[in-house]
Design a binder for this molecule. Structure first.
Ligand code: ZN
Length: 502
């Protein structure tokens, strides 16, 4: 059973699935695991007929914690201010919107159907008012829960509300000294004394208290969480207790997910720069393949995202699943149907043609649409027009080749007339090929078989024979799978080139 179905199998009734990613920096493929895990459970719940909501809580009232490596040094004056009150790095709108907008745009492309809720609005609308009053009243009890769970001492006078200083604009600098409902009186480190109205966005709860307050306010029943939060003694454990002992709600069940690594570089994290923004990943990864990446792997296992050669393995794997779903291939994974259903965009379940790998070769042979279409049509299926979908795929392939593909998959066709020194044996290989290949046999498998036959008759290793073709056509020792590579080209173009090199 697929992990999402298995998670839901013991549940009944309406579900509210919640996710949260802070817009403190570029939202990357590692963060995406949270939202796609939630979305896959949401798709599964709808399939089971459970009435459900799927939420993305955008923590835009959180303070900027430090000047991250991707920010200009001038941002030091904004450290401590809420993200929705800081100017955007590009001068348009707010800091939070700057990072949220491309993320939401990517979610649309991935068909993640989520309700976006901004934490600043939950405060500004007064929806948190009752909850804030409650946590202030019960602050001693909450402090002892936090101490018990975390094992850390919490100082006397701890106050579960951070006022926003009306003078310096920071949300982590003012110290509350009394509460006169609905006002929290404070004195800020900047010297200002004031009061903040808890019915408005004039302050916030610390996140370990805010988290269970959100669960209670929104009735959250399911939340995917990163394994750091899920550890014993961690924030999830204390939040569950606060939810039940203070707010009288059970709090959600969790799906604990492991990290996403950038293969060879470590865990993705925007503050370390080891991160690929989702909008960037979508410039070269097909949408269904990115969903497939999350849908296929069990959340408890870490994932390696490899934007280099690994992208071809990912797209090959994804295409195999989609092709199996649509009956043009077969696969032994018993969950393949669910995986495809949770990965598909606009109800598309395959087959995927042409493959990403195939396109990556063709766009390096031909640059104009007409030749690309003609070449694709040699594979069996007719491609008569460059539709939007195909155009987008070609753009992704090109972006990948320009920015992420390793040199071993890149090549350029040698212009007509380029001289290549060949030995007598090498020339004989090409002659035999030209003598044997007929137009009826201009097909990937038949070319492949013919090259193997020539290799055995000449007592050469097949890779040696392949190399002769690659040297003559692209000036390299290696290249795309030969039968398929040659058949992607016009037969005459190939035979003329081989002939001029003999
Ligand atoms: Zn201040």
């Amino acid at each position: 059973m697929h992990w999402a179905d298995s998670f839901l199998s013991s549940r009944k009734g309406d579900q509210v699935i919640s996710t949260g990613i802070s817009p403190s920096g570029p939202i990357h493929v590692g963060n995406m695991r949270e939202i796609l895990t939630g979305d896959i459970v949401y798709r599964a719940a709808r399939k089971l007929g459970m009435k459900s909501r799927f939420l993305y809580l955008c923590d835009d009232i959180d303070p900027l914690r430090r000047v991250y490596p991707f920010l200009k040094p001038e941002y030091s004056e904004h450290v401590g201010k809420p993200l929705y009150r800081i100017p955007s790095p590009d001068g348009n709108g707010t800091y939070a919107q700057h990072y949220v907008a491309p993320f939401l745009d990517s979610l649309k492309k991935l068909e993640v159907d989520v309700e976006v809720i901004y934490s600043s609005e939950l405060y500004a609308s007064g929806k948190f008012y009752e909850y804030i009053r409650k946590v202030i009243e019960e602050r001693e009890k909450i402090a002892s829960i936090l101490e018990e769970v975390s094992g850390r001492k919490i100082g006397r006078g701890w106050f579960p509300y951070s006022p926003l200083c009306a003078k310096c604009g920071k949300i982590n600098s003012a110290i509350p000294f009394s509460f006169e409902d609905p006002y929290v009186n404070y004195e800020c480190n900047c010297g200002h004394t004031g009061k903040s109205d808890i019915r408005r966005d004039e302050g916030k709860m610390p996140w370990r208290v805010e988290w269970p307050a959100k669960w209670a306010l929104l009735g959250v029943t399911i939340e995917p969480i990163g394994k750091d939060h899920g550890a014993a003694g961690g924030a999830f454990e204390s939040s569950k207790r606060i939810a039940s002992e203070i707010f009288g709600v059970p709090g959600p069940d969790t799906i604990v997910y492991e990290r996403v690594m950038w293969k060879g570089r470590g865990p993705m994290h925007s503050s370390t720069g080891v991160a690929i923004e989702i909008s960037e990943a979508l410039k070269f990864t097909p949408e269904e393949a990115l969903r497939f990446f999350i849908a296929k792997g069990n959340p408890g296992r870490h994932l390696d995202f490899d934007p280099g050669l690994g992208l071809l393995s990912l797209t090959d794997d994804c295409e195999k699943y989609f092709n199996a779903y649509s009956g043009t291939d077969s696969i032994s994974d018993p969950d393949f149907r669910e995986i495809v259903e949770y990965s598909g965009i606009s109800g598309f379940h395959g087959p995927i043609e042409p493959s990403f790998r195939h396109l990556a070769t063709i766009v390096q042979i031909y640059s104009d649409s007409e030749s690309i279409l003609r070449s694709l049509s040699r594979g069996g299926r007719e491609f008569s027009v460059m539709d939007k979908n195909l155009e987008e795929r070609i753009d992704k392939v090109k972006y990948w080749l320009e920015n992420f593909a390793p040199d071993m998959v890149k090549f350029g066709m040698l212009p007509k007339g380029t001289r290549v020194e060949l030995s007598g044996e090498e020339k004989r290989v090409l002659e035999r090929f030209l003598d044997s290949v007929t137009s009826a046999e201009w097909d990937a498998q038949k070319i492949h078989d013919l090259v193997y036959l020539i290799a055995s008759e000449e007592s050469m290793d097949p890779p040696e024979v392949f190399r002769v073709f690659y040297r003559v056509l692209i000036g390299k020792d290696r290249g795309p799978r030969l039968g398929f590579f040659l058949s992607s080209m016009d037969r005459r173009r190939v035979t003329e080139r081989l002939r001029e090199c003999i």
